[in-house]
Ligand binder design. Structure first.
Ligand SMILES: [Zn+2]
Length: 84
């Protein structure tokens, strides 16, 4: 539990959706995104999280939406187009 109890959920590094911790190490934890399904690792060697990392604050949510737009990711309240 390198990231501590506040780091059970973090923002996905790919789409900024919620990602659940799937593996716990001594220096880094593994996560899998609920929205895009990608897995990634967060390095916690600088220390565990000091506050809950999810949900994002209002200011963080604004930043996340800006980043999602920059990357061409649809807003979170929009359903992705169904593959045909
Ligand atoms: Zn994601």
């Amino acid at each position: 539990m390198a990231g501590g109890p506040h780091a059970a959920i973090v923002a996905c590094i790919h789409c900024f959706g919620p990602a659940d911790r799937t593996a716990e190490g001594t220096e880094a934890d593994g996560y899998r995104c609920r929205e895009c399904g990608k897995c990634f690792t967060v390095d916690w060697r600088r220390g565990p999280a000091e506050k809950p990392l999810w949900p994002p604050t209002a200011a963080e949510a604004v930043l996340i939406e800006q980043l999602r737009k920059q990357r061409g990711i649809r807003p979170r309240d929009t359903n992705p187009p169904s593959p045909t």
